[in-house]
Design a protein around this ligand. Structure first.
Ligand SMILES: [Zn+2]
Length: 81
């Protein structure tokens, strides 16, 4: 679909991949979504999502289904290090 589109960062080609997306929901909690279809730059890894996928991610973050797994992740603050 966007196969002729060149990366604005490095000029590389994009290819269709399934990626894992990390985003914050409206409660400012980190959520992880697997198997998100994206166009990924083969050179620098820049990720592009269609408007429909972006919309789906937004909806998922607002009204999430039961997660398939729950992760516990450590959080660091570089300013405090
Ligand atoms: Zn690139």
């Amino acid at each position: 679909m966007m196969s002729d589109y060149r990366c604005s960062v490095c000029g590389g080609r994009y290819e269709n991949r399934r990626v894992t997306v990390e985003l914050y929901n409206p409660q400012d909690e980190l959520i992880v979504v697997k198997n998100v279809p994206a166009e990924v730059c083969v050179q620098c890894g820049d990720e592009l999502f269609t408007a429909e996928i972006t919309h789906q991610l937004l909806e998922l973050s607002k009204t999430p289904p039961l997660p398939i797994a729950t992760l516990q992740v450590p959080v660091y603050d570089l300013a405090a290090a």
